[in-house]
Write a protein that binds this ligand. Structure first.
Ligand code: ZN
Length: 265
């Protein structure tokens, strides 16, 4: 079984221009057309059984429609969804209750696209309230290719949040991109062994040896297989993952066993 924990799709109406724009800004060619149908086709072509879509509310007024759509589509066709909160959310409790009651596993934050630092008071408050409701928090971590001059979620910011929310957020925080995109050495130095999960999205191809080092140091029981489709190919990432020098047991943990716990399946 294979679960891809980190993918993106967009509503059919806006997928074309959104993909074109993001692809230009990030200088990354897309591997699907950005629609849900495109993701389903990619899953079929690559042998991914379940995908998790992580939407991002980049402005506060998108929240309601994003969360309603996630709630409506969740689990159908083997695609799971997170909800999303914007740091300027005016009804954090009510929005999180809706997400929880809809059966979603958690929320996605993207500090770069939401214009905040990860340790901002508003983010900390959202994470505290989410964790109290037993929701997971997935965040972009490390450099973002579209915002290279300011890293909005550094390993130091993660350490600060873990300390401030100690006992509340433990085991609820999932750091995308192996804890920090393009920052593997700092992740090795500061984040391995902390009570967080890390996903493999968009970095396994950049520095596979470092990824194995992080997996070994952090523990395969805290790593989730993920691609960042459409920005990486599910098929290529899966064959790359299989080529890593990990044991069969470690691979099974990362490919689906850990993620099944998070999705409660
Ligand atoms: Zn992503």
């Amino acid at each position: 079984m294979v679960i891809d924990f980190h993918t993106h799709t967009f509503p059919d109406k806006i997928a074309g221009r959104t993909i074109a724009h993001l692809s230009e800004v990030g200088k990354m060619p897309p591997h699907t057309d950005g629609t849900r149908t495109g993701l389903l086709q990619s899953m079929k072509d690559s042998g991914v059984d379940i995908s998790v879509v992580l939407p991002i509310a980049t402005v506060v007024k998108q929240e309601r429609s994003i969360n309603a759509l996630s709630a409506e589509l969740n689990v159908k066709d083997h695609i799971y969804y997170a909800g999303s909160l914007h740091p300027d959310c005016e009804d954090i409790g009510g929005t999180l209750d809706f997400i929880k009651n809809s059966g979603l596993f958690g929320i996605k934050l993207h500090p770069d696209y939401q214009g905040v630092d990860f340790n901002d008071e508003r983010c900390v408050h959202i994470m505290e309230e989410a964790a109290k409701r037993d929701l997971y928090i997935v965040t972009h971590a490390g450099i973002d290719v579209a915002f290279r001059d300011h890293v909005h979620c550094t390993p130091d910011m993660v350490l600060e949040v873990l300390e401030r929310l100690s006992g509340v957020i433990d085991d609820k925080l999932i750091l995308a991109h192996m804890g920090g995109y393009e920052l593997p050495d700092e992740v090795l130095e500061k984040l391995v062994g902390k009570p967080v999960w890390m996903d493999t999205a968009a970095v396994m191809d950049l520095y596979p040896e470092k990824c194995v080092e992080i997996i070994r140091a952090h523990g395969a029981d805290r790593i989730l297989f993920a691609t960042d489709s459409p920005w990486r190919s599910q098929r290529e990432f899966l064959s790359l993952f299989h080529s890593l020098p990990l044991t069969d047991d470690e691979k099974e943990q990362i490919l689906y066993r850990n993620t099944k716990k998070i999705l409660s399946i």
